[in-house]
Design a protein around this ligand. Sequence first.
Ligand code: AMP
Ligand code: MG
Length: 703
Amino acid sequence: MTGFESIVMVDWSARSKPSPARPVRDAIWIAVHEGGETRVSYHRTRAAARDALVTHFDRALDAGRRVLAGFDFPFGYPRGFARAVTGRADPLALWAELAERVEDAPDNANNRFGVAAQLNRLFPGTGPFWGCPRDHETPDLPARGSDRAGHGLPERRQVEQRLRRAQPVWKLYTTGSVGSQVLLGLPMLQAMRRRYGDALAVSPFEPADGARIVLAEIYPSLLAEEIATQAVEDEIPDAAQVRVTARTLAGLEPGTLETMLAEGDAEEGWILGVGQEDALRAAATPAPAPPPLRDDCFAMPAGVDWTPVEDALARLRDRLHPVVGREDCAVSDSPGRVLAAPVTARRAHPPQANSAVDGYGFAHDALPPGDPVLPLVPGRAAAGVPLGKPVPAGQAVRILTGAPLPEGVDTVVLEEDVNDSGGCIAFRAGIRAGANTRPAGEDVEDGARILDAGRRVTPADAALAAATGVGSLPVRARLQVAVLSTGDELAEPGTEVAPSRIHDANRPMLGGLVRRFGYGLQDMGRVPDDRDALRARLDAAADVAHVILTSGGASAGDEDHVSALLNESGAMAEWRIAIKPGRPLALGLWRGVPVFGLPGNPVAAMVCTLVFARPAMGVLAGEGWRVPQGVELPAGFEKRKKPGRREFLRARVRAGRVEVFPSEGSGRVSGLSWAEGLVELGDGAATITPGDPVRYIPFEAFY
Ligand code: AMP
Ligand code: MG
């Protein structure tokens, strides 16, 4: 929880030409960490990078996300420089001045050496800037640092005294220099300041709290070791730097980050995190991932035939645990997400006592006996626009709904109950003290627990969080579910095929269910009945998903390759559950990722998904075990049922009675579509006649 839902880290570049099309180092790299994920992008020119940043900032602001944007170049110069150039020791005045002087074309052509020479002329002697290609060398801009003398400025900023490896800002050219990046970076940041106005603050020069976009200076080398160990194979170092830095800052405690942003030198600026390196390093070490599932989590005791539904469910409930980590989510994006921790109110609701109606406010104590006539004070109190002065005892004030009660007001009379004339109001005696007001904290007290861990955030929950001052919520990363169909007979929906083949109906259905459950869908397509192809596809699914749903090939026949492969991998169990419709379920782990091998038959696939996979995925997603809420309703059908299996019938409610689909044929997809829920008939024998109560579970109860 950092208080920033979007963390952007930029590796800037002072190249004078566009970088090559194929990504290279020493170019512009931007990492964006949002919703628990970090994405890195490569930009060939400063203009392209600036456009990408503006697009990102605009989107984040629209979505209510607060942005921290870090740039890997100094935000200020050593003490004395800003005053010498602008007449004021104000670093932001210097930004504006540089923005005036620097020209930076869309193709990266720029005048930075000329500007450096101009600036050097403001100082006695030679310098402070130095370093340039031969053809830019002038008496005002020496090629060598040792040719400088008498300019009178410090070589390093305070913060750079502490980081001996950091290069001074005066050096503009050759390896490791940062000076040109500053000259070409600050004008870009100045453009951002102008564009976003008060919504943007520059750390540490301006207070960060309240700003929607905060800019900060970063120095990825602070995390050199962590970056080196966390870089992935073939990753360009610049990409690794911004990626790891973004993820690290996202892992800081909110208080720590706010302190870091406030710390530093008001003239020279500061590198975010210098002075708090320990906290930074601690955050750089990734949070431990949830433990993997145990290999035997789906094991069934030997010799058990036809496990009752309740036992199967109890097994899933007890053997599984959450497999997704946590992240922050802006309140506006939170509906549908699963809370990873309880949420408490950050302020009372309402924060202040206010009026519940449009009317007139006064102190109840000071009412005269009989029907009151009170003089009105000038002005009025409205929502968001307080009166700003006390109301004297014995007087009244015009007040509107939602307006904080001014000092001296504890009661409000409805405007409809008042005669208003000549600067006075008159109304009937007998109004109750405190009438028509809402006390502070009446709804929720500051610090009260408002939402529990494991809860799937509803739109109303988002309203409650927002109303109590909460801007982002600790949520579970979204469970990613891979869906895969198997079978030689299957063809893609809508394609022309031989009559011997059928169209894949399960994948659109299962994909739709996954989305309804609020999870991320990874559509893994169809695989023929071929073991190598299936193995490769399961590998691919395990790379992108926390759980895999397959349909078809889950029994023990010749072409049942899902169960065969899971068997091979050693972590498979065939669950023969006493359920109709249903076939054996193949449950197993594929490279540690749980696989639900569902029956191919669409009716059985859907019922088994709702009854077994749904609650199991709820546990994996951090929602805990969910029991769908059914209702008892009179049957509108007749049915005799034998003991030994639990039955689910495709059903819907009409005129207060439960209808079931006339055919129980398990190949009847039309019945699935007809149905709006399921009737659940217990394991024992039953004879149902119309009017008997039956348990109806609407499909919504599973979502
Ligand atoms: P299986 O479980 O592979 O033996 O398949 C059982 C029945 O379901 C067969 O009639 C299959 O053709 C059918 N089936 C399997 N997968 C699908 C699918 N994705 N869409 C529609 N029907 C399927
Ligand atoms: Mg098959």
